[in-house]
Every structure is written in C-alpha cells, then in structure tokens.
Write a protein that binds this ligand. Structure first.
Ligand code: PLP
Length: 506
C-alpha cells in the first residue's frame, strides 16, 4: 500500500518511506491510499489473539514493507515494557460504561502505546529505504510525547532525539521526567512560549530546505515522532480494534454492535485513529471529541470554522493545551472527498489568517459521527472527585475532561444515548498528582513529590514504578531558550562531534 500527501495526491511513497520522512515534502501529512477492511472472520481471529498479535495483524494491513513476523517481533518487544498483564485494560466502571486505560507503559501516558513501537518501525524503515544518514528525531511536546519519545528512542542506534517543551506549559512531574532522562543520544530543552510556538518552530525546520541541507552536512536527516508521523498513528488504530474485540469477548456487545468512544483530544491523533478504526470495520456510533477550555475543536465541530485566534489557557490537562490540532488535516482530507488542493488551500489559510472554514455539507457529514464538547477546570476537578466517590475509580485530569464531556453528552436534551461507551483514558493519575489530589481534597499542594505521597496515602492506589523514583534521579537538562533560537540549537547539537555532552549540566 502506498501513502499520499494530504496536500498533493501525486506525492506517493511506500510505508517505510512515509515513516522515515514523517512529513511529506510539501508539508502535507501522509495517509494510506485506501483503508483496509477487517472481516467478521478477521475479528474472530483477533479476539483469540494476544495484544502484540493484534497489533501485528492490524499493522500488517497498512505496512506492507514489513512482514507479519517482523511486526510481531517489534510489538512483543514494545509491549513487554508495559507493566501489568494487559498493555491496555478495558475497565468496566458502570453499566455500559468502560474506561480504556492506555497508560500502563514506561511513561504512564497513552503516547507509550505508539512510541514504544515507532523506534522499531523507524529503525527497520531506515534499513529498508537504504538510509545512511543518522536520523534526528525532532519533537515539540506539550509534556507526554516528549518523555515517551525519549524513552522509546534512547540509545537506539543511528538515531538522536531532541525534545523541546514550553517551559511553563507542562506539569512538574512531566518536567522532572524529561529533565532526568537517561541515554547518550537524547537532548531536552525548554522554550519560552507555549506548545503551539514549539510545534510551529519544529514544523518550520522540517519544511526549510536550507536547514535540511545544513543538517545533512552534519550527517543527519530529520524525522518526527509527533503524531503527524504515520508510524505513530498506525499503532493507535490497534487499541481501538483491540478494545472492540475485548467488548465482544466479554459479552458486553455482539460483533457488529456499535459503541461510543469519548476521547480527550489535543493534536487529534488519538481520536483520528478511532475514526480510522471505524473505517476498518469497528462498530462506532459516536466519536466524542473532548476538550478543555482550549476548545477550538468544540467550536469547529459546531460551527465548521477552525479559528486559532483566541486566548490560550494553561489548564490542569496540559497535554490538551493546543490550538493547532495537526491531525485534523487528515480528517478533513477524508471528508472533503480527498480533495488535496482544497486541503492545501485551507492549510495556507490557517498559516496566513489563523483560520479556515469547511462547507455546511462537510460539517453535516462530520456531525454524523463526531460530537464535541469541553470541560472547564471546575468541571474537571468535580468529575475526578465524583468518579472516585461513585465508582471508586481514580482518574487523571485528561481522562476527567473526557468523562465530564461524556456526562454532558449523555444528559443532553434528557434523551440519553444508551450505546455502550468507552472513555479513553490517556494518563495515570499520578502524572498530575497536585491537581488530582487537589480535586479530591481541595487541599492545595504545589510540590509534585509531596502530592504523590499524599495521594497515595489518601487513595491507597499504587504509584506506578516509572514515577516512583524520580526524585532520586540526576537532573541532566535545565536549559531554557527563546523560541527563535530552536534552529540554532538544533544546528549546534548536530554540529558537535561529541553530541553526548552538549547542553547538559555537569
Ligand atoms: C497527548 C495527550 C492527549 C491528546 O492526544 P491527541 O492525540 O494529541 O489528541 C490527551 N491526554 C494525554 C494525557 C496526552 O498525553
């Protein structure tokens, strides 16, 4: 299967090339030429499989440069790094209500689902495409991607990784996780600015031919671990397929029945994978797009206008503090009838005017499957407390945003949708201990380590191992730069003979 650019369908590459490049040359995103379908028989087989086998089966339909056995080997390696028996358990908290826990990986956030897999896919893709230059993974992060990418790529041969995060835009715990990152090929730097500033700067580097030439002189080619990379998105489709199988095998639904997925959304990669799963044959009634007060997506799904010119808020769900949701481009590509010129024009409008609109017809089609809502900070805190009291279930701030939006959706008009619903849970509560503990007790604690201990004493829930020893780890990365200087930083890093020691505090 070939991959085409959302902005120019005549750009066509293999799956391995799409993964190595990350972004198409014209700035567009790679999408498969068509979506493979899963039959009833496929589902019968999938139901009997382990999680790594399910991943290998789903990915083998998209990545035909890789054999099933190869993919299975990668998936086994990737998901053996998860703690507990099931990498993504589906927890039944109430009648017809499920939580899909995607945070049992090495960094306790859903990004691990794909970022433990991507380094394997990318290393293999380099070999398959005959790439000799080193790969430089350049990441802009709102917190969780950075850490998960660092863990995934640390000490992977032929690869270096640089991560930029907004200095005041991530939680203390996220910051500490990144500042203490181990590995000889990793670099972490804070920027003054918000996530969109970081993401825009990184995207500009990708699209800058002069910069790419300079990097090549230094022996590097760029690639992306952000969810714009197809190798990130494809493994995410697998857990939608897998949770649907789990619901069938537990007797919650029959094959062909529909379910709702409610997804806390930022860059729109997670929920988009849910949409792709529906195209493959997973029974989906509604995809509920949940936002915090940075509700640009909510407005878009209601009005059809995507307008980034608005106030930016820092919230207790920082991984969703995003105004430019890159993956929406892929969705619009499908709903415009794969009209590449139109998408290119809209993305130009977004860059130049900060907004674009879709047609009434497209919006009506979108609304057949997508609904959207947002939660205020107060709603989010209230839901954390209510779910703990009602279901004895402890959730993080992002999952709580989804739960709150689902509650609103269910109550809407008083005619509740009784379709079984999966709340997609994207982080462990201990990743955001100050806010979660605050929501439960109304006690204000600003120190993440202290809040972790208090939350543990209050709930008796285990602190996941990857978060339990952070305060004893060495702090390696403390640099903060202006957003204008990201380019220079990248050139300096890649120009050093001894990249290992660059920018690290002694
Ligand atoms: C990244 C992230 C999100 C948003 O996911 P997108 O794929 O960017 O929409 C939500 N919650 C958490 C905890 C995350 O890390």
């Amino acid at each position: 299967m070939k991959y085409i650019s959302t902005r120019n369908k005549s750009i066509k590459v293999s799956s391995a090339q799409a993964i190595v490049s990350g972004l198409a040359k014209d700035g567009g995103l790679f999408v498969p030429e068509e979506f493979p379908k899963l039959t009833k028989q496929d589902f019968d087989e999938l139901i009997e499989m382990s999680y790594p086998e399910r991943v290998a089966k789903v990915l083998s339909l998209y990545l035909d440069d890789y054999s099933y056995d190869e993919l299975l080997d990668y998936a086994k390696q990737a998901y053996s790094r998860f703690y507990g028996e099931d990498p993504c358990p589906l927890v039944n908290i109430d009648e017809g209500l499920y939580v899909l826990e995607l945070w049992h990986g090495p960094t306790c956030a859903f990004k691990d689902m794909a970022l433990t897999m991507l380094p394997h896919l990318l290393s293999a893709a380099r070999k398959k495409t005959g790439e000799n230059a080193k790969t430089l993974i350049l990441v802009a992060t709102s917190g969780d991607t950075g850490k998960a990418a660092l863990e995934g790529f640390r000490d992977v041969d032929g690869t270096d990784i640089m991560v930029f995060y907004p200095s005041d835009g991530v939680s203390d715990m996220q910051k500490l996780q990144m500042m203490t990152q181990s590995g000889a090929n990793v670099y972490v730097c804070a920027i003054e600015g918000n996530f969109d500033d970081a993401q825009s700067a990184v995207k500009r580097i990708f699209a800058d031919p002069v910069m790419n030439d300079k990097l090549l002189v230094n022996g590097y080619k760029l690639s992306s671990a952000n969810s714009i990379n197809w190798g990130r998105l494809a493994p995410q489709i697998a857990y939608y397929v897998s949770s649907y199988c789990d619901m069938i095998s537990s007797g919650a639904i029959n094959y062909g029945d529909k379910v709702n997925f409610c997804v806390p959304s930022g860059n729109f990669g997670n929920i988009l994978a849910g949409y792709y799963a529906s195209l493959m044959g997973v029974g989906v009634n509604k995809l509920i797009c949940a936002s915090n007060v940075n509700n640009v997506l909510t407005d878009f799904f209601i009005s059809g206008e995507y307008d980034t010119q608005r106030e930016f808020f820092k919230t207790m769900s920082p991984s969703m503090d995003i105004l430019i949701s890159s993956n929406l481009e892929r969705l619009l590509f499908e709903f415009s009838g794969r009209n590449d010129e139109l998408i290119a024009q809209r993305m130009k409008d977004l860059k130049e005017k900060g907004k674009y609109s879709i047609s009434k017809q497209e919006l009506a089609e979108l609304n057949k499957i997508f609904v959207a809502g947002y939660a205020s900070e107060g709603d989010t805190a209230e839901v954390i407390s209510n779910c703990y009291d009602t279901y004895d279930y402890l959730m993080d701030t992002h999952t709580a945003v989804a739960m709150s939006v689902y509650d609103d959706y269910f109550d809407y008009d008083g005619k509740g949708d009784e379709t079984p619903t999966v709340i997609v849970s994207t982080a462990n509560a201990y990743k955001f201990p100050c806010d979660v503990y605050g929501a439960l007790t109304e006690e204000n604690i600003s120190d993440a380590q202290k809040a972790t201990k208090k939350l543990n004493a209050y709930t008796g829930e285990d602190v996941p191992e990857p978060l339990s020893d952070l305060d004893s780890r060495e702090i390696r990365f403390t640099k903060v730069i202006a957003k204008e200087n990201i380019k220079d930083e990248v050139l300096e890093y890649t120009g050093k003979d001894n990249a290992d020691n660059f920018g690290k505090t002694k």
